[in-house]
Design a protein around this ligand. Structure first.
Ligand code: MCN
Ligand code: CUN
Length: 795
């Protein structure tokens, strides 16, 4: 049987589908379902060579020597590049997105298992891989730093000893909120809950791994780089700065992308090596990593050890929150986030509650692990923040013997308090939390579930109900507060209406599966009344689109969506002047109705957008100050971020014999303001909820004491399938953003951010008979079993 959502989706392409916002089927899907997508690995250029990377087997070692002679003698090998070669080109180290540098190929030491050591370019992929085994590398092993808690010990090996004056593994200390005020609030609290909460290292594991095809044309000096990138424009600027190729001679193309989830924000050594390979050989070079390379060397996520404390009165009024975080950033600080915020937007850990004080401190450290840290639908670390506060609130409820829904309802920021300034510097744009939680409670049948749970407990069965309520902050800018390596976070849009009234809109953000070709056409359709199928959305090619910072932190709708609405309105205004000339009346006498301008009081005297477009390109005399054509462009600098929110409730059953957790039900009520395409929103949520089940129950990238990565394949790094997830039950409320041109807030990461605490809260709730107060993710059968035995989590 079909869920009501699926039934609605079947009707989505009915002839009376909306022109504008609404449930319409995705314009990009016909090419995907027919296998006609065009991914980086589909690109084949004449004379193209193939690159492969030799990676370090050791986590920490001095590089004594590299002998490439045998590899070079391989009949199909064209070039072998080492760190020494790059040093000569001044390319051995590249700047990261966090004011650090990262080795493109190791020169002095290797600093994590899987680090890039040499690059082979050969006639085919197999030969390149074979030749890797012919390279002789001599390493001198060094003690690895694996446990972040040991990274600052005086006797810990110094990982970044190549940096001048470095004597430890400390990267940064960052804090937000008021420490003294928070201490004072804690001092007068009746109850304080104090817990170490670990958000383990996980990996976004997109279906398509990372890759690039570099094509350097030596005569023109033009580089065309096809790459898996979430931010083609920012990448182009960085390539210009790193490689010294003038920016107008670089074209970055991100074709179809098979999932990004933050994994494709940064610039990896492989991209740079493909470029160097093409420059050195004079031929196009393709580099595509395999699954293990992706899991072991590209941007991981989380890895936060959080000591969290929540203070409240005896009757459940939450007073304050405070936390001290140890952040494991791996061997190079390559996290991607606005410059001002080394811990991303973690300081929204005050959540959805009206507090008297809050303080957080984050310390970043180097370890001998892959770099990264901001990925996997994290909203710049809101994931960690929401997990922390929602676990603490649940622990507080348990301590006070209060219902967790009741405790949340009692402490919510109230609707009249918006715009709400929280204690760590955010201004929440809008919110109305209680109706969302009440709706979720109704949908799940909360009271009946508690009755069922009590009955089951009496019979020795383990059933848990977990709630989480999250507030996100997505849509970075504005540019004055937010930049990435100095590039202000604003985005452009260009809209061109062709003479026949068909349109093309060019945007600076980059879809990796979010359906931008549909939703951005819908924004134009809503504003101008042109049917979405008549609007082509162009993205992912720096030669064809306006500058902008790209897709991550669910910023496409909040930022580029705003740009597209505004550029449409610019066209609408211009169309009014042209329509007035065509109708021989004054612009003030015209009224807009979706798709046409008509004379006030005489709706039959009208010009449609198509007629106006032809007029703009035709022979009529245009009014003064109106140039021909119907084109416009804008750059949108958002005044604030947007603050979507949601109420999630999860029901789990735990097998008392095997400790296996089964997610029986999951209700998600989301509020992302104005909804452009409900079907796409639901798709985003379903994906994110599956992520949540993965992180809560299965996924972790662990390391042994030597620094061997234990999550380097999908045999070891478990991700959920249809077998592990329930049929999602979703609902929504609508609280528009007051500052966004169409009132929309981002939604792409909401479910990944909001769902893990709901699931863990449910697991801990199910384990109440065993007096479990907290357990760390992933709640695997082994860990749940240990918790049931009253033992600490097993390794
Ligand atoms: N949308 C809507 N109405 C709203 C908000 C959004 O209809 N009020 C639509 C948008 O128009 C867009 C989609 O929902 O088609 C997601 O929009 P948005 O929230 O703006 O997020 P982005 O488009 O910026 O996508 C980025 C976000 C991030 S940061 C990660 S990580 C993630 C995610 O999207 N990666 C994804 N979802 C993903 N989905 C897929 N399939 N693949 C990924 O790599
Ligand atoms: Cu943090 S993952 Mo998304 O912002 O690309």
């Amino acid at each position: 049987t079909l869920t009501p959502e699926r039934e609605a989706n079947h009707a989505a392409d009915s002839p009376d589908r909306p022109i504008g916002f609404g449930r319409i089927q995705r314009k990009e899907d016909p090419r995907f379902v027919r296998g006609r997508g065009n991914y980086v690995d589909d690109i084949v250029l004449p004379g193209m060579l193939h690159g492969a990377i030799l990676r370090s087997p050791l986590a920490h070692a001095r590089l004594v020597s590299i002998d490439t002679s045998e590899a070079l003698a391989h009949p199909k090998v064209v070039a072998v590049i080492t760190g020494k070669d790059l040093e000569a080109l001044n390319l051995a180290w590249a700047p990261t997105l966090s004011a650090d540098v990262q080795a493109v190929l190791a020169t002095d030491k290797v600093r994590f298992q899987g680090q890039e050591v040499a690059f082979v370019v050969a006639e085919d992929r197999y030969a390149a891989r074979d030749a890797l085994e012919l390279i002789e590398v001599e390493y001198e092993a060094l003690p690895p730093v694996i446990d972040a808690r040991r990274a600052l010990d005086p006797d810990a090996a110094v990982i970044r000893d190549e940096l001048p004056g470095r004597t430890d593994n400390h990267i940064f200390d960052w804090e937000a909120g008021d420490a003294a005020e928070t201490d004072a609030v804690f001092a007068r609290a009746d109850v304080v809950v104090d817990q170490e909460i670990i958000y383990p290292r996980v990996h976004p594991a997109p279906m398509e791994t990372c890759g690039a095809v570099a094509d350097f044309e030596p005569v023109e000096g033009k580089l065309t780089l096809y790459e898996t990138s979430q931010a083609p424009h920012a990448h182009r600027t960085l390539f210009a700065m790193v490689a010294g190729i003038p920016e107008h001679k670089i074209r970055v193309v991100s074709p179809d992308i098979g999932g990004g989830f933050g994994n494709k924000v940064g610039i990896y050594p492989g991209y740079i090596l493909a470029v160097v390979g093409s420059i050195v050989t004079g031929r196009p070079v393709k580099w595509v990593e395999d699954r293990s390379e992706n899991l072991m060397s590209t941007s991981f996520a989380r890895d936060y050890i959080m000591q969290g404390q929540i203070a409240a009165t005896a009757d459940g009024r939450i007073l304050g929150l405070r936390t001290n975080v140890l952040a494991d950033h791996g061997a190079f600080n390559a996290t991607a986030q606005p410059t001002k915020y080394p811990a991303g937007f973690f300081h929204i850990f005050t959540g959805s509650y009206d507090l008297e004080a809050a303080h957080c401190k984050v310390t970043g450290v180097y370890t001998n692990k892959a770099p990264g840290g901001v990925a996997y639908a994290c909203s710049f670390r809101v994931t960690e923040a929401v997990y922390l506060v929602e676990r603490l609130v649940d622990m507080l409820a348990q301590r006070l013997d209060m219902d967790p829904a009741e405790l949340r309802l009692k402490n919510f920021i109230q609707p009249e308090q918006f715009p709400y300034k929280n204690k760590t510097g955010w201004e929440y744009d809008s919110g109305n939390y209680e109706p969302a939680l009440r709706k979720a409670l109704d949908m799940v049948g909360y009271d009946e579930l508690r009755v069922e749970q009590a009955e089951k407990r009496a019979r020795g069965e383990l059933m848990g109900i977990g709630i989480s309520f999250f507030t996100e902050t997505v849509g970075a800018g504005p540019r004055k507060h937010m930049d990435i390596v100095g590039l202000g976070m604003a985005d452009g849009a260009e809209l061109r209406i062709h003479p026949t009234g068909k349109a093309v809109v060019r945007i600076s953000v980059q879809s990796q599966g979010q359906g931008h070709e549909t939703t951005f056409a819908q924004i134009v359709a809503e504003e101008l009344g042109i049917p979405p199928e008549d609007i082509d959305v162009v993205h992912g090619d720096t030669d064809q689109t306006p500058f902008g910072l790209g897709t991550y932190g669910s910023r496409s709708t909040p930022v580029s969506g705003g740009a597209v609405a505004l550029v449409s309105r610019k066209i609408r205004d211009k169309a009014r002047l042209i329509a007035a000339a065509m109708l021989e009346t004054r612009p003030e006498d015209l009224e807009w109705e979706k798709g046409r301008w008509f004379v006030k009081g005489d709706p039959s005297a009208a010009k449609t957008m198509a007629e106006i477009a032809m007029g703009a390109h035709g022979t009529i005399t245009l009014p003064d100050g109106v140039d021909g054509n119907l084109d416009a462009e804008v750059t949108y600098d958002p005044p604030n971020l947007t603050f979507p929110f949601g109420a999630y409730i999860c029901v789990v059953d735990i097998d008392p014999g095997t400790a296996r957790v089964k997610v029986r039900r999951f209700v998600a009520v989301d509020d992302c303001g104005t909804r452009i395409n409900p079907m796409i929103i639901e798709g985003q949520l379903h994906g994110g909820l599956a992520d949540g089940v993965g992180m809560a129950l299965m996924e972790i990238i662990e390391f042994d004491d030597e620094g061997n990565c234990l999550g380097g394949s999908l045999m070891d790094y478990l991700i959920p399938t249809a077998m592990e997830v329930p049929t999602w039950e979703s609902g929504h409320t609508v609280t528009p953003s007051p500052h966004h041109p169409i009132g929309a807030k981002g939604v792409g990461e909401s479910a990944t951010v909001g769902s893990p605490p709901a699931i863990v809260n449910a697991v801990v709730d199910a384990l109440a008979p065993f007096n479990v107060a907290h357990m760390d993710m992933p709640c695997t059968p082994a860990r749940v079993w240990a918790a049931m035995q009253g033992r600490a989590t097993p390794p």
